[in-house]
Design a protein around this ligand. Structure first.
Ligand code: NAD
Length: 491
């Protein structure tokens, strides 16, 4: 709950089996705008993690056995409780997450729709009736798995946490959520308050929080515990690889949504004004800390100067500073480690010959919107996801070169293509190695009912719509024999 006089929340403890339980230790959760202490957060142990998993396991049969309209109604109640408390989430996203007011409002509005669309999924778990060589009545139907471990990131703590578990709950699973140590309240304990208010039965949804120091052993338990049947992970490729490998070793399902190094391709016949506005949003929204951020702007050489003359002045208008001031559209990077990493990537590129067209200044946890040109593949910034307010602009001659530059990355989350020729755009989209392509829009797009996910090192599995249900259910073949199956007489 938010104290009336301040933006700091009252943290009630871990949320296990419908009870708030204090942990033996806590860790500091900082406001990245000034590194002040935002909250003290429970730093759970492996024993706490086991208790949460056992509570979720105990709650599973009753939740899975509910008539599906009751699960749908429960999800609608979550949406209502979320909506009624939106201002509290916005405050947390600003002060804990370092986000601009507009970003917090957008996120808050989106999350209720994630739950409403999950409620609709409860009515759509369709199976198939299959033909049989032996006259059997045969079905292929989806069944809930049991306990799903959900591990979420900090950059969109509302959307990416809710997206990680809403379909799992709709399908009849129960959940143990561990949010990021950078947004343990907005992405975790706040959800526990909302689901408690919505009257979700005890144990169906549990939240544990831990520090970066404890996450190795807590994370391992969330995957290896035999009661856990699947993992829903959104985060970096490095951690995602570890999680997917561990889940694979235990033959458990995993949906892993990871990093990106996404390009926007601007062809010569594009609406350049519109493309420049979109590029500004795609590159700098939430300081570039979005998995789908536009990290590479690929512009056809014949319109390169024209595009830059529209793009740079727009980007120059974005103000950087403390999120207390809503005029600061560019807030801090989420922590000092991340701010230093982004600065180091810029410095390395400049030392190797990149040119700073805009920005480049950094102080405390802030980095100004920065536009770099003359970047080549010898520089780390060409390959590494910056996850900061930095975009590379690179000219190309023709479609073949644009495709090659787009695909020159281990990642494959989204791409954007700008042209007035839709047939050309669709042809090009087929050659781009990404899970998602947007024509005449920037890269950052999501809707609750679409198959969201990447290819290559951007992960596997899809959140959204019935694809989300498929991730968090088992497909089973069940047959009914009607005397048509004959055996050799020797038996
Ligand atoms: P991260 O991988 O550092 O952390 C993600 C989560 O994993 C956090 O909850 C963290 O505590 C947890 N974690 C860390 N080590 C762990 C371990 N050993 N075992 C279990 N859990 C562990 O990522 P982040 O910095 O929070 O998020 C930024 C990254 O996430 C970026 O790479 C971004 O592109 C990616 N991301 C991807 C998507 C997508 O949908 N594809 C969306 C948002 C963010």
């Amino acid at each position: 709950m938010l104290d009336a006089a301040s933006a700091n929340p009252t943290v009630k403890g871990l949320y296990i089996g419908g009870q708030w339980t204090p942990a033996a230790r806590t860790f500091e959760d900082l406001n990245p705008s000034d590194n002040s202490v935002y909250a003290r957060i429970p730093d759970c142990t492996v024993a706490d993690t086991r208790r949460a998993i056992e509570a979720a396991h105990a709650a599973f049969p009753a939740w899975a056995g509910l008539p599906f309209h009751k699960r749908a109604n429960a999800l609608l109640k979550i949406a209502d409780a979320w909506e009624a408390n939106q201002d509290r989430f916005v405050a947390a996203a600003m002060h804990e997450g370092g986000g601009w007011l507009g970003k917090g409002k957008f996120e808050a509005g989106y999350v209720s729709e994630v739950f409403r669309s999950a409620a609709a999924l409860c009515y759509q778990s369709t199976g198939e009736v299959l033909p049989s060589e032996h006259g059997k009545f045969m079905t292929a139907t989806r069944w809930p798995l049991g306990v799903v471990s959900v591990i979420s990131p900090w950059n969109m703590p509302g959307i990416l946490t809710s997206r990680g578990f809403a379909a799992a709950l709709a399908a009849g699973n129960t959940v143990v959520l561990k949010p990021s140590e950078d947004t343990p309240y907005a992405g975790g304990l706040y959800f526990a308050e909302i689901l408690e208010e919505a009257g979700i039965p005890a144990g169906v949804f549990n939240v544990i929080t831990c520090s970066r120091e404890s996450v190795g052993e807590v994370g391992d338990e969330m995957i290896e515990n035999p009661l856990v049947k699947a993992v829903s992970f959104t985060g970096s490729t490095a951690v995602g690889r570890h999680i997917a490998a561990k889940a694979g070793a235990h033959l458990k399902k995993a949906c892993v949504e990871l990093g990106g190094k996404d390009s926007m391709i601007v062809l010569a016949d594009a609406d350049l004004d519109h493309a420049a506005r979109a590029a500004n949003f795609g590159s700098f929204m939430h300081q570039g800390q979005v998995c789908m951020s536009t990290e590479k702007l690929l512009v056809q050489d014949s319109v390169y100067d024209d595009f830059m003359s529209r793009f740079l002045p727009r980007a120059a208008k974005l103000k950087t500073g403390h999120t207390n001031d809503p005029n600061n559209v560019i807030g801090p990077l989420v922590n000092t480690r991340q701010a230093q990493r982004v600065k180091a990537l810029i410095d390395d590129a400049v030392a190797r010959g990149a040119k700073v067209e805009l920005g480049g200044k950094a102080w405390d946890n802030f980095v100004e919107p920065t536009v770099l040109t003359h970047v080549d593949s010898s520089m780390d910034i060409w390959h590494d996801e910056t996850f900061g307010p930095v975009v590379i602009v690179c000219p190309f001659r023709d479609e073949d070169e644009a495709v090659a530059l787009n695909n020159d990355t281990e990642y494959g989350l989204t791409a954007a293509v700008w042209t007035q020729d839709e047939a050309r755009a669709l042809r090009l989209a087929g050659r781009l190695e990404t899970g998602i392509v947007h024509v005449n829009c920037q890269n950052i797009n999501d809707e609750p009912h679409v198959p969201f996910g990447g290819v290559k090192a951007s992960g596997y599995g899809r959140f959204g719509g019935n694809w989300g249900i498929a991730e968090f259910t088992e497909l089973r073949w069940i047959t009914l024999d009607r005397g048509g199956r004959h055996f050799p007489p020797v038996f």
